[in-house]
Design a protein around this ligand. Structure first.
Ligand SMILES: Nc1nc2c(ncn2[C@@H]2O[C@H](COP(=O)(O)OP(=O)(O)OP(=O)(O)O)[C@@H](O)[C@H]2O)c(=O)[nH]1
Ligand SMILES: [Mg+2]
Length: 596
């Protein structure tokens, strides 16, 4: 059977997964309601976190499809996937048009010589403007240096959610047949007889993990054939070789993996039995074969310390709280989380390196749901040295805000050492692009939401390391710290809420040294949130509940990471996110401060 290999790429939310799901349903590979976004966090957040493989059959052809994540923190995953396929469906929202991640994934595809098929999606939206967006997409191809052949791309129009694609806007299509036909017409056949007769060469482009089978490698067979249970050679980028044995061989079908005896050049497969295989390595038959060109992995840009939860409330909530349990879990994560690095050498913490706040937040969120408790320190940007020069990561920030708010945004990002690259009107909005050190962005998202009253959209993307820009001034708020351990009372919170935003409500257990809110004035503020009204006042205690408090700004993992200070820990348990001072007692804090 002939094989075609494609990936679906786009900016976040433009409809990649909806399209993949519809392709699977219409070809009978999955049931209505099934989705490639099968992970719990993916379902909850409505985004794709991990790229995933599937395949569908159409007109006697097998089409392998990789659905990729659109969020910039997972961009390097997309890059790897692009190495394993022959064409991409570039999905673009017919209202929003090309966005930052559209540009990034398209650029990578063009550089690899791929010829994309453009799918203008969400044409059902009232404000959709497919003709204009088509122009914009063409301009983007052009600006990114597309070849004449690439510029001659085919465009389809789609309502992925309803499983409809058309070749012309006015066509009356009811399904995805036009898209499937276009794939068969445009995407080259994945392999030929000649390649299949050669000795085996597979390149791993992704990793997965199975509790029974251990590490799994997902790869494309470029040449030759592979049989289950065969002896193979693994060759790394430096040409070093080692032996291995395949213990299970799978292909992908619909939402499942399918165990097979045999696969051949052109197909995308998953193998078990190679516990130390890594991205980019070549699986082959004999030591004299050449390794396939290396696949680079993007370096981490931020780091933080992860440690045992030693707060007074440690162990109240979670199942796994010890150092050794944390270590075991983190080691397991390294099996699959390719962009992640961990340094285990310090005695009192583990140093975690990741591709962005969201990248690390997903790991922490998974851990707390599995029953782990832990604490983290404030995230820091990774500073490198090269040829005696200090380098730090930079990001491209694309912001769309109601025009009257653009002044505040520009002013804030400029103070944080951002450089404005462009500014252009978009309907009633202004679109502003900045280049800014990641360091300047840390903690900004939260302020942005407040400054733009939730109406602004911000996208960020790491663009690489550049010379260090020196100190960055940030307007900081202080922390409101509890001096006592006990249950908060509405009466005292009522007075405290005038002095900053509270993170907790009444009737909440707090401890000495816990941060219960911010302090608008700037310096830390030590308060007593459990103090009741004096007894001489003859009201019953029931009156406390009647006090009308402003709803607290409850901490999430991401806001916590974003607002925390250098002398604080974020305490993460299955049901609580608390912020605390590293030294709980005020005297200890003063003493530690003096030592510095
Ligand atoms: N109106 C409309 N909404 C759509 C269409 N296709 C998808 N959506 C909606 O757009 C949202 C995002 O769709 P997804 O398929 O999850 O987008 P994605 O590109 O996979 O997003 P990430 O994987 O997170 O980057 C969902 O709420 C879909 O229901 C469409 O054709 N029209
Ligand atoms: Mg998706």
């Amino acid at each position: 059977m002939e094989i075609r290999n494609i990936a679906i790429i786009a900016h976040v939310d433009h409809g990649k997964t909806a399209l993949t799901d519809a392709l699977m349903q219409q070809t009978g590979m999955s049931e209505a309601g099934d989705s490639m976004d099968s992970d719990t966090l993916e379902k909850e957040r409505g985004i794709t976190i991990y790229s995933k493989n599937t395949s569908v059959y159409y007109k006697d052809t097998k089409i392998n499809i990789v659905d990729t994540p659109g969020h910039a923190d997972f961009g390097s995953e997309v890059e790897r996937v692009l190495r394993s396929i022959d064409s991409v469906l570039l999905v673009v929202d017919a209202q929003e048009g090309p966005m930052p991640q559209t540009k990034f994934v398209l650029k990578k595809s063009l550089e690899l010589g791929l010829k994309p098929i453009v799918v203008l999606n969400k044409i059902d939206k009232e404000a959709a403007r497919p003709n204009i967006v088509e122009e914009l997409v063409f301009e983007l191809f052009f600006d990114l240096g597309a070849s004449d052949e690439q510029l001659d791309f085919t465009t389809l129009y789609a309502i992925a959610r309803d499983g409809i694609a058309k070749k012309e806007l006015e066509d009356d299509s009811q399904d995805l047949t036009p898209l499937l036909d276009t794939i068969l017409e445009e995407v080259g056949v994945a392999s030929n007889k000649e390649a299949q007769e050669k000795p085996l060469r597979i390149q791993a482009f992704n990793l997965a993990y199975d509790n029974f089978l251990g590490r799994l490698a997902i790869g494309r067979i470029y040449e030759g054939k592979i049989k289950d249970a065969s002896q193979i050679i693994i060759k790394d980028a430096e040409g070093q070789t080692r032996k291995g044995k395949i213990t299970k061989l799978f292909t992908f079908e619909g939402l499942n993996r399918k165990e097979v005896e045999f696969a051949q050049a052109g197909d995308i497969i998953m193998v078990a039995g190679l516990p130390d295989i890594f991205i980019g390595e070549t699986i082959c038959d004999n030591e004299n074969q050449e390794a396939l060109p290396a696949i680079s992995i993007d370096e981490p840009t931020i780091s933080l310390n992860l440690l045992v939860n030693n707060s007074p409330f440690s162990g109240k909530d979670g199942k796994f709280v010890t150092n050794s349990k944390l270590k075991e879990r983190l080691e397991k994560e390294l099996e699959v989380n390719v962009g992640l690095k961990i340094n285990f050498t310090a005695i009192d913490h583990y140093k975690i390196y990741g591709r962005g706040e969201m990248h690390i937040a997903i790991l922490l969120e998974n851990m707390r749901r599995e029953g782990y408790e832990m604490q983290i320190s404030q995230p820091h940007v990774i500073i490198k040295e090269k040829d005696g020069q200090k380098l730090e990561p930079f990001e491209e920030v694309t912001i769309t805000v109601p025009s009257e708010m653009s002044g505040t945004v520009i002013q804030k990002l400029s103070t944080r050492k951002g450089n404005m690259v462009s500014m252009s009107p978009e309907h009633n909005n202004t679109k502003i692009i900045f280049e800014i050190p990641t360091r300047g962005l840390l903690g900004y998202r939260n302020e942005f939401v407040v400054d733009t009253r939730g109406e602004g959209i911000i996208y960020t993307r790491v663009i690489g390391f550049k010379p260090y820009v020196g100190e960055i001034e940030k307007t900081t708020v202080g922390s409101m710290i509890s001096m006592a351990t006990g249950k908060t009372l509405g009466f005292s919170l009522f007075n405290l809420q005038t002095r900053g935003n509270l993170y907790i409500g009444a009737n909440t257990e707090v401890y000495e040294g816990m941060v219960i809110g911010d302090a608008a004035k700037g310096n830390d503020l030590i308060v007593n949130p459990i103090k009741g009204k004096q007894l001489s006042n003859m009201r019953s205690s029931g009156a406390d509940e009647a006090i009308n408090l402003t709803p607290p700004r409850e901490l999430t993992l991401e806001t916590g990471m974003s607002i925390m200070h250098g002398d604080e820990y974020l305490e993460i348990t299955p049901h609580n996110i608390r912020l605390r001072k590293q030294y709980l007692n005020e005297n200890a804090r003063i003493k530690a401060g003096r030592k510095k």
